[in-house]
Ligand binder design. Structure first.
Ligand code: DLZ
Length: 163
């Protein structure tokens, strides 16, 4: 049962739920694979570190970030016992408007899939101006956004189970 929040200090960024009761899927884009591979390793290790059983993690590759929405939908349709889906990708700004179309589509898409299924679908997609910014956020000087996506999934799984 969710408890009353009393003050801002309740919004702890250090308390991560025990993941042992939960089941997750990770969909990871193959575009910019050296970046998304690091995001994936970060997310996977973070789930395992927080007690998620290896057999309760489904991992699927998709060609590009645009396909993450379809993957999340398919996973939630086929695996009704999933608690959350983590979507990982990396879209790097190019010379055309492709960047904007892909970023908009995947952000709106994963959001809509989550609402449709009443399950958290986590947006772990880097949207950067260049390769260096992506490296910095995939295990570099700005941490690993895959780890953060996994922690968000754990928190949302607990919320879904307890609210
Ligand atoms: C086509 C494309 C381009 C130009 N750039 C990226 C990118 O930076 N990151 C990414 O994940 N995917 C990219 N894609 C592929 C699209 O996401 C998608 O796979 C194709 O448009 C086919 O639907």
């Amino acid at each position: 049962m969710a408890t009353q929040l009393k003050n801002l200090s309740d919004f702890s960024h250090t308390t991560v739920p025990d993941g042992s009761p939960y089941k997750f899927a990770i969909a990871v884009a193959e575009w910019n694979a050296e970046i998304t591979g690091s995001l994936y390793n970060g997310a996977l290790q973070t789930l395992l570190k927080h007690g998620v059983k290896a057999e309760n993690i489904i991992s699927v590759p998709v060609p590009g970030s645009f396909e993450l929405t379809a993957a999340a939908e398919i996973l939630l349709q086929k695996h009704k016992d999933l608690d959350a889906v983590i979507c990982l990708g990396c879209v790097i700004q190019g010379e055309t408007r492709h960047f904007d179309f892909i970023c908009d589509a995947v952000a709106n898409g994963v959001s809509n899939v989550g609402i449709k299924h009443s399950k958290a679908v986590i947006f772990g997609v880097l949207t950067t101006d260049n390769q260096q910014q992506a490296i910095d956020r995939a295990g570099g000087k700005h941490g690993n956004k895959g780890d953060e996506a996994a922690i968000t999934a754990l928190k949302m799984a607990e919320l879904t189970a307890t609210v």
